[in-house]
Design a protein around this ligand. Structure first.
Ligand code: WT7
Length: 632
């Protein structure tokens, strides 16, 4: 059975109404389209207090059978993965569904040979090469839980994630290509593993050919291992609610937490949203520019497109190499129909001028998408006019690591679009706006806290190893709701516009960090006593990182001290978390109870020097004057 896509505004409204009236029937109909080893007994069981959410209870499946085996009869020779390397002079690679199936099965057999079993956690730290996709699916094939760590994170971040998940296996590469440079990969893993004695095996894919250290008894080369396996690997039978993967993401407190998604619901939801939001058609080449290290890459480079039998482009490089026209050159080269990227990329390429766009025709494009942060109107119009040439549908897709798939977005060319508005909830998604004290706001043209009042199939199930943290973070602020952490506004017609985070999470170039997480990193610099981090509007990055730092002694060489802090943050988290501005201060605005008044710090960072609000409760109001005077 194949379900048709929603094709008109009327069909959207009908589907939406049906999904609210009878969610179980709605999602059961979607789920019917897949290959199940055993059909579910019950569609949904849930409460948001536990929380406990289960979809397709008793159902048995393997997601890789649905991504691969299921397509072999009809799409065996169709390209599944179209890989464009970093260097435009290196040949692109095409893996057909048959070849990908073969490679995944062989990789899975390598995993088995090395002791990986169903339920084991496997950390993947790899650049954007075909083997990354193969490794992810290889884990899923045998029921191992993948935990992909973005290959820009530091050794310490890898170690934290390996330890939190008790991962005993790491899949990596020798090195990586990034623009004009090469990057270290295996040596970063080696450094991480110095504090992870439980890791039993590291499987290394050759990419750059650079020499690496191989630890005897622990490290093996993939190409050597592959000599010992064949391509026969039956898919492990998984329960619909068995974990498929863990993906770490930052929150307002503590260390990043491992968001857990499960096999059945995630499969149904990523497939449904992929086909409907992008209005995917069989002939389409789909390109999502995210890294597989983020949820966008999981859901819309790997799982969503492969479930739909699409051709998914995997790009190893960066938007500015060899020049700022690379995205547009790749679109023409591979005749991409659907292009999905982040506002930060759009803004940075917009700043490079149309000279990099004009040499390319971009005539293959039909749909363009945006994800990761609010897209400002200027960037929206530039994207629509100069990349979409005015005629492409533009979808602004709001979602989160925790939601697994796109939640609010127009459907390309089907429901209307409005600049800077993610617009409509997808069928099955029931958003509400809440007041600060948790009352639903019924009227339109109001702003409130964005929450969801009913489960969808790919809702977060738990935070790995700490269910209470999941409850606390998402289900305790407003009883009976999943709380997103975002603020939003509904326009007169009910379209949602996402305003941004209302918690201590900042979004820098579409990457999510907790302010506390960055503060903790800064505080590891030996001369730092205390710090406070806030976000501020940044033309390219969306938000920049502004750090106020108290040093333990007078700083003579400010630039040197800043450099030392940047080096520490790079070491603790990774270069993507480096503050844009570091202001040294002698004190922070604290209340008598010792709480930092971040509101004041935020306003100063934003350049709003008057209207700081009530400062009378401050322990020492004089620090505010110092902070204002020293603003960068
Ligand atoms: C946060 C989630 C899953 C997408 C990649 C980021 C912000 C995401 C939009 C959008 C405005 C957006 C929100 C959200 N966000 N998409 N279209 N418009 N804001 O996933 O790292 O889990 O971050 O990104 O603030 O809460 P993430």
């Amino acid at each position: 059975m194949t379900l048709s896509r929603i094709l008109t505004q009327q069909e959207y409204e009908t589907a939406y109404a049906a999904s609210v009236k009878d969610p179980e029937a709605f999602w059961a109909a979607q789920a019917e389209t897949f290959t199940w080893k055993k059909k579910w007994d019950k569609v949904l069981q849930w409460n948001f207090d536990g929380p406990e959410v289960k979809w397709f209870l008793g159902g048995k499946l393997n997601i890789t059978e649905n991504c691969l085996d299921r397509h072999l009869a009809t799409r065996g020779e169709k390209t599944a993965i179209l890989w464009e390397p970093n260097d435009p002079n290196e040949a692109a690679q095409r893996l057909s569904y048959r070849e990908l199936h073969d490679r995944v099965c062989r990789y899975a057999n390598v995993l088995k040979r090395n002791g990986v079993k169903k339920g084991d956690r496997v950390c993947i730290y790899m650049p954007m090469i075909p083997e990354l996709v193969v490794a992810v699916l290889g884990c899923a094939r045998i029921g191992a839980i993948h935990s992909v760590v973005f290959a820009g994170f530091s050794a310490q971040s890898i170690a934290d994630r390996i330890q939190d998940a008790n991962a005993e296996f790491v899949l990596t590469s020798d090195g990586m290509m990034r623009g004009a440079k090469k990057g270290a990969v295996k040596s970063v893993v080696d450094e991480a593993l110095a504090t992870c004695p439980d890791v039993k095996r590291v499987i290394v894919t050759k990419r750059t050919g650079d020499p690496v250290a191989m630890k005897d008894g622990r490290d093996v080369w993939l190409h050597e291992e592959l000599k010992h396996v064949d391509a026969n690997c039956p898919a492990e039978v998984m329960d619909a609610e068995d974990p498929l993967f863990i993906l770490y993401t930052s929150g307002s407190t503590g260390k990043p937490k491992g968001v857990v998604h499960t096999c059945g619901g995630y499969m149904v939801y990523t497939d449904y949203t992929f086909r409907n939001v992008f209005q995917y058609e069989e002939k389409d080449v789909f390109w999502c520019t995210a890294d597989v290290g983020w949820v966008t890459g999981h859901s819309y480079i790997i799982y969503g497109p492969l479930l739909a039998g699409a051709t998914s482009l995997v790009f190893e490089g960066i938007p500015t190499y060899p020049d700022a026209g690379r995205f547009w050159q790749v679109i023409d080269k591979h005749q991409v129909h659907i292009f999905y990227t982040a506002p930060t990329a759009i803004r940075s390429l917009m700043a490079q001028g149309l000279g990099f766009v004009e040499p390319h025709s971009l005539s293959s494009l039909r749909v363009i998408g945006s994800v990761g942060e609010p897209i400002n109107e200027e960037a929206w119009h530039w994207y629509k006019d100069h990349i979409g040439k005015g005629h492409c549908a533009l979808v602004d897709t709001w979602w989160q690591t925790e939601t697994g798939g796109i939640m609010i977005s127009s459907l390309a060319g089907v429901t209307d679009e409005k600049p800077s508005h993610a617009a409509w909830p997808l069928p099955g998604v029931q958003p509400v706006l809440l007041t600060a004290d948790g009352k639903e706001i019924a009227e339109n043209e109001q702003e409130g806290l964005l929450a969801i009042r009913f489960p969808w199939p790919s809702i977060i199930r738990t935070t790995y190893g700490d269910h209470e943290r999941c409850r606390q973070t998402y289900f305790s602020s407003y009883k009976g709701y999943y709380f997103t952490g975002d603020g939003a506004r509904r326009d007169a017609d009910g379209r949602y516009r996402i305003i941004g985070r209302v918690d201590d999470v900042i979004n820098v170039s579409g990457h999510r960090f907790g302010t506390a997480e960055i503060e903790n990193a800064i505080n590891e610099s030996e001369f730092v006593v205390e710090s406070a981090v806030v976000g501020y509007p940044h033309d390219i990055k969306g938000q920049g990182i502004y750090a106020y730092v108290i040093a333990e002694r007078r700083i003579d060489d400010v630039e040197q001290a800043r450099a030392a802090i940047l080096a520490t943050v790079t070491k603790v988290i990774g270069p993507i978390a480096k503050p844009d501005k570091i202001q040294f201060v002698t004190g922070l605005p604290k209340t008598r109870s010792g709480k930092i008044m971040r509101r004041i710090l935020r306003k100063v960072a934003e350049g709003e020097m008057s209207n700081l609000g009530d400062t009378t409760t401050l322990l020492d109001p004089a620090v505010v004057e110092e902070i204002k005077a020293g603003r960068l």
